[in-house]
Design a protein around this ligand. Sequence first.
Ligand code: ZN
Length: 114
Amino acid sequence: MSNYRTIVEEHIGRKLTKDEIVHHINGIPGDDRIENLQIVTKGEHSKLHKKMRGDSTMKRINLYIGEDQVSFIKNLGGLSLSEHIRRAIDAYIDELKGNKVSASQSKKVGELDA
Ligand SMILES: [Zn+2]
């Protein structure tokens, strides 16, 4: 029983035909919010999936996620998410070095990781 088909059927007020495919716009199968569901034909569906396979992850994120997340990524100052995380880690390491972390404090950090 595909729950997302039922969600769409309730939204449009009729049963879907067997030729109507429900596609997850952002490519995440578990994301069954109505705004992520789209009724397409079999032909349209395979075209959509071919196109999605060709897109990079970041391009897909920018194409398919909501405005909130797009503005979140823009607020990273144009950096990609992975670059932003890498710089944050570098800054954290620099901070640790700059503060000349004592052996006992280092041990604490290690303990937190465990
Ligand atoms: Zn699909």
